[in-house]
Ligand binder design. Sequence first.
Ligand SMILES: Nc1ncnc2c1ncn2[C@@H]1O[C@H](COP(=O)(O)OP(=O)(O)O)[C@@H](O)[C@H]1O
Ligand SMILES: Cc1cn([C@H]2C[C@H](O)[C@@H](COP(=O)(O)O)O2)c(=O)[nH]c1=O
Length: 218
Amino acid sequence: MAELTFWTGTMDAGKSTLALQTNHNHAARGRIGRLFTSHDRAGVALVSSRLGLTQNAEEVTPELDFWRYTVEALTQGARIDYFVCDEAQFYTAEQIDQLAKIVDELQIDVFCFGILTDFRTRLFPGSARLVELADRTEVLQVEALCWCGKRATHNARTEDGVMVTEGEVIVVGDVETADGPPPEVAYEVLCRQHHRRGLTAARARAVSLAPDPLPFGS
Ligand SMILES: Nc1ncnc2c1ncn2[C@@H]1O[C@H](COP(=O)(O)OP(=O)(O)O)[C@@H](O)[C@H]1O
Ligand SMILES: Cc1cn([C@H]2C[C@H](O)[C@@H](COP(=O)(O)O)O2)c(=O)[nH]c1=O
């Protein structure tokens, strides 16, 4: 029986790496698959992993009808055993419905990878539909960590180094690295408590370095 699987985790948890590994392992056993993505940081129609691997893929735009795409390909004689779908949070709810129909009616395995919630802690529509429809939703085993050492569960967005909670939902970007000035827009993974308090690593550092207030009365 084919399955619809949703692999999720925060940014930087290893989803794209697992997507490429999944594709590699199935292809290595002679299965024929198609690799999809949407808005990858590396560019259009690419799946890129921070471990250094990048592979060509098909770009998913809101206009793509997965059901029609698949029926047309099969009618023209193509063989398709599985789909690997990265950045699935950006797919529309209708596209996730189409993927579920492909699993059930055409017996094609669909492996989806994506983040669950946006920088405001709200579910992405594509991820919400995946949680509703997937045969299995799996959280990646490798833990991305908050600066405090706890498991990171949320994605924060920073603008010029300051955490924001309002703005466009889709802004392509990367997690901030230690070196260099903060990019205009970046992301940082945090535990819920520190996301709720807006306490990023930089802010926590600034707070801890602030001089103690003078004792009362002196
Ligand atoms: N230099 C490195 N050495 C070892 N592991 C790394 C290195 N850089 C990144 N990684 C691993 O890659 C993960 C990010 O993988 P990636 O597939 O790009 O994540 P995602 O798609 O979930 O954002 C990190 O959590 C870390 O485990
Ligand atoms: C939280 C959040 C993220 N994004 C973007 C930023 C990245 O380009 C991708 C996530 O990629 P990753 O492979 O999981 O690191 O999503 C966004 O557009 N809006 C958000 O709220």
